[in-house]
Design a protein around this ligand. Structure first.
Ligand code: SF4
Length: 72
C-alpha cells in the first residue's frame, strides 16, 4: 500500500507551527501555508504515508500529527 493508509489522516496542530515552511516546501501536494503563515493540510492523500511520516519527523514544531478518521 503506497498511498496514505485508510483511516489515518495527517493534520497540523497550528498552535505549535513555527511557520518554517519545511513541510510545504517538501510536500506542497499535501501542505500549504495559510493566510496566517501557518501550515495546513490541503490534501491528506497527496503523498504516501512514508513521505508524510518523514515530514512529521522533520517538523521542528512536532505539530504534524495523525488523526484517526472518524467512522461515517
Ligand atoms: S514543518 Fe512543522 S513547524 Fe514547519 S511549517 Fe510545517 S507544520 Fe509548521
Amino acid at each position: 500500500m503506497n498511498k496514505s493508509i485508510q483511516g489515518k489522516l495527517a493534520y497540523v496542530e497550528k498552535d505549535d507551527c513555527t511557520s518554517c515552511q519545511l513541510c510545504a516546501d517538501t510536500l506542497p501536494q499535501v501542505f500549504q501555508m495559510d493566510a496566517d503563515d501557518l501550515s495546513e493540510v490541503h490534501n491528506p492523500y497527496g503523498a504516501t504515508e512514508e513521505e508524510i511520516q518523514d515530514a512529521m519527523d522533520s517538523c521542528p514544531g512536532e505539530c504534524i500529527l495523525w488523526k484517526k478518521q472518524e467512522a461515517p
